[in-house]
Write a protein that binds this ligand. Structure first.
Ligand SMILES: [Fe+2]
Length: 129
């Protein structure tokens, strides 16, 4: 287990993040939780790979908007969160709700080497390239 890994219970749908990797594997609903591998290549009809736009210290991450196909944000299918991680250890997450735009804005002191992840409730975890 590694810090910041995301695991999902395939029975009840609970999603967790590892903050302290010292513990053994996590059991939920009587079985091991599934490690969500961050995906970088779109294989669905929607766009999922998070796109980072940097203007000075302002960092915008969108899911499909800048590709002309915003990811759905309905009650059944939506982006649950968008987060960024930078080289100096910054780590910020914005939770989204259905009806929101699939996008989040952050203020970052040193945006060089920034990575973004997003989590779709149906299609799982995605990471910027
Ligand atoms: Fe999706």
């Amino acid at each position: 287990m590694e810090k910041k890994e995301i695991y999902k219970c395939e029975v009840c749908g609970k999603v967790i993040e590892i903050l302290n990797p010292a513990a053994p594997e996590t059991i939920c609903c009587g079985q091991s939780m599934k490690l969500m591998d961050p995906q970088t290549t779109d294989w669905t009809k929607e766009k999922h790979v998070p796109k980072i736009t940097i203007e000075g210290n302002k960092v915008t991450v969108d899911v499909g908007i800048s590709m002309g196909t915003p990811h759905p944000m309905t009650n059944e299918h939506w982006i649950m969160w968008i987060e960024i991680m930078c080289k100096d250890g910054c780590y910020e997450r914005r939770f989204l709700n259905s009806g929101d735009e699939p996008k989040a804005t952050f203020t970052v002191a040193k945006p060089e080497g920034l990575i973004a992840r997003e989590y779709c409730n149906i299609h799982g975890l995605w990471i910027s390239e």
